[in-house]
Design a protein around this ligand. Structure first.
Ligand code: PDD
Length: 279
């Protein structure tokens, strides 16, 4: 397995970063996850645009122009012979003696990339549908930044794992914000596809954006608004989206079935459209 660390492709066993890395000490960094299908990156321009925006939001200098990022990712995919799975990328504020304010400007960011094999298109879960639980959203107020400080999500998703379900939908003031690592959607009984509007309260999902675009092309009705847990339980269909799950039908919430407890027809159609687009 070959990984990328600070400008070099090295075997995983040889990859090293400092204990003084600010990603390790402070969670002071951002990350991206993009899917690979048939050896090709899915919707990668959008992922790289978000990476660049997030770096700007926290004042880390972007170490590579977008075209070079893409080349490095492609090289990594090739070196690992990855056909289907994920590319993980992380940039931290670099290595410096532990101190909260930013280090001197000449301290270079740390860059790490690795691949993970994963069958996304052949997901068994997508056939039967995923179960979710709801948990309080314990995160900070800049969830639009894809920060590596993921403790709230780790705790949320551990609750889900303990409950034997796939995802935790996080809730604030009675409204679903998003999944621990995905965007939450419901479809109302009159066929409206509902998801929360973009704001600092959620991550702007790349898969969300693509699915909304596909839905629009199909003439389906989209509604960007907040929705409650009760509304989700009463929905005709539900699903969540992410680079690692694409469109995942959601059939049970807090132990109660959503509609008939099977993946809904519109959700299945959106998944098929997304797979078509991605392949
Ligand atoms: N997570 N919301 C949160 C909090 C996320 O962490 C993610 C992605 C999404 C979906 O975004 P996208 O469609 O761009 O993947 C929404 C990645 C997959 C992860 O942390 O592994």
């Amino acid at each position: 397995r070959i990984v990328f660390v600070n400008g070099e492709f090295v075997p995983y066993e040889e990859a090293r970063i400092s204990i003084m890395d600010r990603g390790f000490l402070f969670g002071d960094g951002i990350y991206e996850v993009a899917a690979v299908l048939g050896g090709r990156l899915v919707d990668n321009d959008a992922h790289l645009a978000r990476l660049v925006r997030c770096l700007g939001e926290i004042g880390i200098e972007n170490p590579y122009p977008v075209a070079e990022w893409a080349q490095l990712e492609e090289e990594l995919v090739k070196r690992n012979g990855l056909v289907e799975g994920l590319v993980y990328m992380e940039v931290t504020r670099g290595v410096w003696e532990r101190d909260f304010p930013f280090p001197p400007a000449d301290v270079k960011p740390t860059v790490v990339m690795f691949t993970q094999e994963k069958s996304i298109t052949g997901s068994k879960l997508a056939e039967t549908g995923a179960k979710v639980i709801t948990v309080p959203d314990l995160r900070w107020k800049r969830r639009d930044i894809k920060s590596v400080a993921l403790l709230a999500q780790v705790l949320a998703k551990q609750e889900a794992a303990k409950a034997g379900v796939s995802e935790a939908w996080m809730v604030e003031d009675g409204y679903v914000t998003e999944g621990g690592s995905s965007t939450a959607f419901i479809i109302t009984k009159d066929g409206r596809i509902v998801t929360r509007p973009l704001s600092n309260a959620i991550l702007p999902g790349i898969t969300r954006q693509a699915v909304m675009h596909l839905a629009e092309e199909q003439g389906l009705t989209l509604e960007e608004r907040l929705f409650t847990v009760e509304e989700a339980l009463d929905a005709a269909e539900a699903f969540y989206t992410s680079a690692s799950a694409f469109v995942m039908p959601t059939v049970e919430m807090d132990g109660k079935p959503i509609a008939d407890g099977k993946p809904g027809p519109l959700t299945r159609r959106l998944r098929a459209l997304y797979l078509d687009m991605a392949q």
